[in-house]
Design a protein. Structure first.
Length: 447
């Protein structure tokens, strides 16, 4: 069976950005920023994207292109059949299923809000509306609808499905966000939102450094689709003519830019309508905070229905572009390692996620645990494993793959990249993993 590949370099970059630019930027990023001190979180998050995210992204690219396989097949084959390393790769495949199990529930919420925005049915009672539709049988129904849309794209394959869809969706997301941000920052009172978001709060960071670093690291990995094997899978469809360092840097910059842009929509709008960030968005209101806060905000501005349709339309496109990549990971595993036809693999995995996602849609406590601490832990552990594999198992081969297709200047930084992948990045991630485990256990080192 001939393995698929990307039709164009732009198609690959847009698909990878589409994987990264999803709910991580437009749903989870504002929620995590609000819960972790606004500007203090933003500064740490940007630093981790640059120092950890980009090198980690390149490590996954190297593994994927070198192996031309999914995460499980890549680590197994490149380690000469090591079952232990194969299990590390399989952990990434399982993480993809776990991610999609809660992600499709949120995607269902977005579809519901997008449709309801045409009538403004939630404008008069934002909080009770989310309580009524957030969990339970209505949430299951929309989770299934969103999952069906995801499967429809994935079953079309790499070129005709994923690449074609993301080439349309990504430009649309950026254009609509730019328009919304341009409008939001001009609203009366928006300046307080910009200050909360952009003015560095050193005092908050000093008092909450462990919490902020742990949350920012988890968010960085989530939004760049690291630690799950998405970028291993996507890079496995690449040829040797691609400059991995250039592509990885472009993807990280575009993704981060969209995330920052989303904040320029959300925070000015919230502060312009409610005066200060209070209530669920500020006090750890969790996954529903963005929906409740923004629904209330749209109800108070001129042309609120039009703006709500545009905003939730953007978020729906972004959510779909990311869910596609999550489903592609286990689909590629079944196709590569077990000889499944793509249609059969997609149907089987969509059926699995239908049940696991329904469990999240019916149980708010399970959803909160899976979408927060469990995902942060799995992504951190997964990326740590991929980095150690690239740095110590591949070693010189990783450096050779990093240099293939690159210019002289890029090749010159290869040794520094390999050193960081071997030592600095894994140590940081292991410390972050420990901090997250301690936080989950309720242990406080200092206050």
């Amino acid at each position: 069976m001939t393995r698929e590949s990307w039709a164009t370099r732009l198609g690959f970059i847009l698909a990878a950005v589409g994987s990264a630019v999803g709910l991580g930027n437009l749903w989870r990023f504002p929620w995590m920023t609000a819960e972790n001190g606004g500007s203090a979180f933003l500064v740490v998050y940007l630093a981790i994207i640059l120092l950890i995210g980009v090198p980690g992204l390149l490590a996954e690219f190297v593994i994927g292109r070198r192996s031309q396989r999914n995460p499980a097949g890549a680590l197994y084959r490149l380690s000469d059949g090591s079952k232990s390393w194969g299990a590390v790769g399989l952990f990434g495949v399982v993480t993809g299923v776990v991610l999609l199990s809660f992600y499709s529930v949120v995607g269902g919420w977005i579809l519901r809000y997008f449709l309801a925005s045409f009538t403004g049915s939630y404008f008069g009672s934002a909080g009770p509306y989310f309580e009524a539709i957030g969990f339970g049988l209505p949430a299951v129904g929309f989770h299934v609808a969103f999952l069906a849309l995801t499967a429809l794209v994935v079953v079309g394959g790499v070129r005709d499905g994923i690449e074609t869809a993301t080439r349309v969706m990504m430009p649309a997301i950026v254009v609509l966000l730019l328009a919304l941000a341009g409008w939001a920052v001009t609203r009366p009172g928006a300046g307080a939102g910009l200050a909360f978001y952009l003015e560095f709060d050193a005092a908050y960071l000093r008092a909450n450094v462990l919490d902020v670093v742990g949350a920012a690291a988890g968010q960085a990995l989530f939004t760049l689709s690291l630690g799950v094997g998405t970028m291993i899978t996507y890079a496995s469809y690449l040829g040797d003519d691609h400059n991995l360092a250039f592509d990885g840097s472009a993807i990280a910059m575009l993704n981060t830019g969209v995330g920052v842009l989303a904040g320029l929509v959300v925070f000015p709008l919230l502060f312009a309508t409610v005066g200060e960030l209070t209530g669920p968005a500020a006090q750890g209101g969790g996954p529903g905070a963005l929906f409740v806060s923004l629904a209330g905000a749209f109800s108070q501005v001129p042309f609120g229905r039009v703006l709500a349709v545009l905003f939730f339309g953007v978020v729906a496109l972004a959510a779909l572009s990311s869910s596609i990549s999550m489903l592609e990971i286990p689909v590629a595993y079944l196709v590569d390692e077990h000889g499944f036809e793509r249609r059969t693999a997609t149907g089987a995995l969509a059926g699995l996620v239908l049940f696991t996602g329904s469990a999240n849609a019916l149980a708010p406590g399970l959803f909160t645990f899976v979408s927060g601490p469990l995902v942060d832990l799995m992504l951190t552990a997964g990326l740590t494993g991929f980095l150690l594999f690239a740095g110590w198992v591949l070693g010189p081969d990783a450096l050779a793959e990093f240099s293939t297709g690159a210019g002289r200047r890029v090749r010159s930084v290869g040794p520094a990249w390999l050193w960081s992948v071997r030592t600095v990045l894994p140590l940081f991630l292991l410390a972050t993993l420990l901090a997250n485990l301690l936080a989950l256990a309720g242990v406080t080192l200092w206050s």
